[in-house]
Design a protein around this ligand. Structure first.
Ligand SMILES: *Cc1c(COP(=O)(O)O)cnc(C)c1O
Length: 767
């Protein structure tokens, strides 16, 4: 692609829109103009040449955590540097686009995975399209006020949405019992590395089904007009932050049916238009369900096939061949269920199909443990497993747990349906674009081509003892740390000296991810240093970033706790030369791109068995970082790839967690360890002020009270964590430590999402 032409076209667009010269336009004008110029350029090649009448795959997901598109798209088209130069010639700095909001149409790992998979699909030439919801407001923006999280609406389209085409003529109608809405598709290009394949992310927007009602207007019934508009549009108003309260569950149900019905109608219509019989739908279509949120697509397809005069049995059989299901969690409370009375009230046409599915399973399996509906509750994961060809977990350990535990009864009946596809991340966004310094160093030593063949990073292993290479690696890391330090100072007003070790934990705030354990360790070091027991402690900055679901009380308490610790530690003259703590606000994809590449330590400390895979762990590894973690999720495979001796592993493994849980007495652990007791007691002994909310004291209570006391074994794993973390702190700065960092990067090849999507293509979609 000719970047000079793109800029010329952008100049014309700006002139046409505002009469200005490109260099006089504001950031969002320049952003829109360049994006639109690219859209014009790619329009013709988009979606062409990839299928040749063969099978296409749809990736259905309620979340796509896209982040910012402009840099990654320009990079994949090979014009990022060219555009940067052209802008510089006009006195503009391409980093100005960092003012453009992220498209945060997802919560965290699950949504980001969907975005990585689409990018990889296009990059390895797989005909993979995404289908989701065009939320008006994405995941809330986070402000930290007086140490507390406050949520602010995320207006991600503030600068416009130049990376979408609205396709009015492809709208469909979605029917609920009480009213109908129009689903309007917005198509975003998914540009693969090299720009040869461009797939589509189709996001549906809900609008009023009927045209403006002039009669109502003439009767002055404007209230009725407004109500109709709102009830249609509110379906897409907000992305639900996971773990939020019951409120709005009905709207969530509408969202799920809305986007799956629109998608299935769209695909069936296209298939019919191609002239092929519906009996052969599975030969040209595979659909991947990203967790249970899109599972209504199954009864919807059966329903539509039956409307085409197919029998239920036949429709079921074809649907089973079309669908595949990815499970993302083993936490029982997170397995989605719906009250059938609710389903019937809102979407009776789907309730009917679900009941037929229940009859079908009763007749075919005669196994009481396997059901679709039980006690008037539909179990969405069961619907998905029963009517699909494959169910997969997202890391080897996770898949093993699914087989042995979560879906044991299903596995006994359908062993061949259970597969593993370990998650991955795109090396374009998570290395090439976000870490130009490391990228050019890699290319200098092993040449180009690793960007879409990540296993080639193994060639770096030759240079772990090459003094020049090691020095350059260290300089790279130092440069990235300085950049992050500058950014944090600007954004948070907190000074983090770049010569400190950077120990980083960024991910959603959840008790199982155990940010609390990390916080306890900081207090441990604080007391040790302050009281002179650790004179050789190397200066360390503990960096956190995390959003808590708005209704998740304990998670919010942990944020407040970390901020209390930060204030204390950063301002204490006895420790400020050794310790810094910062909780960065509004952690999102764009912030992540600055963080992962600046880390010395990657904290992956979830209770074993709870983190299905993790992908943050892979982003750190790829950028040359050691993992301080438990034997959980993909950490296990990271150890396999890099060698356990190159990571810092601690704590109970899955077996030990099960054993400990049988007779766990957290209060006794606390009473027996006076350091730990002192640390835990800071939650309610007046050390910190939580503005009278009682949040911190109740956090302490959650460690002792009730049946689920210290459910995530924070107290149990504390000593093991401290021991290994202290060892790591001692190792930091040594040649051996740098060696471990380099080995990690060199062994990260497996974790490319190119590998993941190829496994899906081969083992699940059978392309
Ligand atoms: C990768 C990523 C995640 C997932 O992080 P985990 O540590 O795997 O939970 C969440 N949010 C953002 C913004 C990410 O980039």
């Amino acid at each position: 692609m000719n970047y000079k032409q793109i800029i010329k076209n952008a100049e014309i667009i700006v002139k046409a829109n505002s009469g200005k010269k490109l260099e006089d336009a504001c950031v969002s004008e320049v952003y829109c103009a360049i994006s639109r110029a690219v859209m014009a350029e790619i329009a013709e090649g988009w979606n062409k040449g990839v299928t040749n009448g063969k099978k296409r795959v749809g990736y259905l997901s309620a979340e796509f955590l896209i982040g910012r598109s402009i840099y990654a798209n320009l990079f994949n088209l090979g014009i990022l540097n060219g555009v940067k130069e052209e802008l510089a010639l006009r006195g503009m700095d391409i980093t100005m686009f960092e003012d453009i909001e992220d498209a945060a149409l997802g919560n965290g790992g699950l949504g980001r995975l969907a975005a990585c998979y689409l990018e990889s699909g296009a990059s390895v030439n797989i005909p993979l399209d995404g289908y989701g919801i065009r939320y008006r407001y994405g995941l809330f923006r986070q402000r930290i006020e007086d140490g507390f999280q406050r949520e602010v609406a995320d207006d991600w389209q503030k600068a416009g949405d130049p990376w979408s085409f609205r396709k009015d003529d492809e709208s469909v109608t979605v029917s609920f019992a009480d009213y109908k809405v129009k689903a309007v598709p917005y198509d975003m290009p998914v540009i693969g590395y090299g720009g040869n394949t461009i797939n589509t992310l189709r996001l549906w927007q809900s609008e009023e089904a009927d045209d403006f009602d002039f009669d109502l207007f003439n009767e002055m019934k404007t209230q009725v007009i407004a109500t109709r508009k709102v009830r249609a549009e509110e379906i897409c108003y907000v992305l639900y932050p996971n773990d939020s309260t019951e409120k709005g569950r009905l709207l969530r149900l509408r969202q799920e049916y809305f986007f799956t019905s629109a998608t299935i109608q769209d695909l069936v219509r296209k298939h019919k238009a191609s002239g092929k019989p519906l009996e052969k739908l599975h030969e040209s279509l595979s659909l991947q369900l990203n967790d249970t949120h899109p599972v209504f697509a199954i009864p919807e397809l059966i329903r539509l096939l039956m409307e085409e005069n197919m029998t239920f049995n036949k429709a079921f059989e074809i649907s089973r061949k079309v669908f595949n299901f990815t499970n993302h969690t083993i936490m029982g409370e997170a397995l989605e269920r719906w009250d059938m009375r609710r389903v019937k009230k809102l979407i009776p046409q789907i309730a009917r199909v679900l009941r037929m599915m229940q009859k079908h399973i009763e007749k075919n399996l005669q196994n009481e443990k396997l059901f679709i509906i039980k006690d008037e509750t539909v179990h969405m994961a069961n619907v998905a497993i029963y009517c699909s060809s494959a169910t997969n977990g997202v890391a080897q350990l996770h898949t093993d747990i699914l087989k042995q535990d979560t879906f044991k009864d299903w596995y006994e009946v359908y062993p061949e349906r259970f597969k593993n596809v370990t998650n991955g991340i795109t090396p374009r966004r998570w290395l090439a674009v976000c870490n130009e310094e490391f990228s050019s160093l890699i290319t200098e030593y092993i040449g180009d081509g690793w960007q879409n063949n990540l296993e080639r990073l193994a060639e770096l292993a030759k240079f772990v003892d090459d003094e020049k290479f090691v020095a350059k690696f260290k300089a790279m890391k130092q440069a990235k740390k300085q950049q992050l330090s500058d950014f944090i100072l600007k954004r948070e007003g907190v000074e983090i000296p770049s010569n400190f070790m950077f120990d980083i934990q960024v991910k959603r705030l959840h008790e199982y991810k155990r940010q609390l354990l990390n916080a306890f360790s900081i207090l441990y070091y604080y007391f040790e240093i302050k009281e002179g027991r650790m004179p050789d402690f190397k200066p360390t900055a503990f960096i956190f970033g995390a959003k808590a679901a708005p209704g998740y009380y304990n998670a919010k308490a942990i944020i407040k706790f970390i901020n209390c610790i930060a204030e204390k530690v950063n301002n204490d003259p006895d420790t400020k030369d050794k310790l810094r703590v910062v909780f960065v606000s509004d952690y999102n994809v764009s912030y992540a791109e600055k963080i992962f590449c600046a880390a010395d330590v990657s904290e992956q400390i979830s209770t074993a068995g709870f983190e299905a895979s993790g992908t943050g762990n892979m982003k750190f590894m790829l950028n040359g970082t050691v993992t301080l973690g438990t034997m959980d999720g993909a950490n296990v495979e990271i150890c396999e790839e890099a060698g356990k001796e190159n990571e810092y592993i601690f704590g109970a493994d899955v077996e030990e967690v099960a054993r400990v849980k049988k007779d766990y007495k957290p209060y006794e652990v606390y009473m027996a360890d006076k350091d730990l007791k002192r640390i835990v007691d800071t939650l309610d002994d007046g050390t910190f002020n939580d503005n009278g909310t009682g949040m911190l004291a109740s956090l302490k209570q959650s460690l002792f009270g009730g049946w689920s006391a210290d459910h995530y074994l924070v107290l149990h794993d504390f000593r093991s964590y401290i021991q290994v973390k202290t060892q790591l702190l001692n190792d930091y700065g040594s040649e051996e430590f740098t060696r471990k960092c380099i080995i990690n990067a060199s062994k990260a090849g497996k974790f490319s999402s190119d590998r993941s999507v190829k496994e899906y293509a081969k083992n699940i979609w059978k392309l």
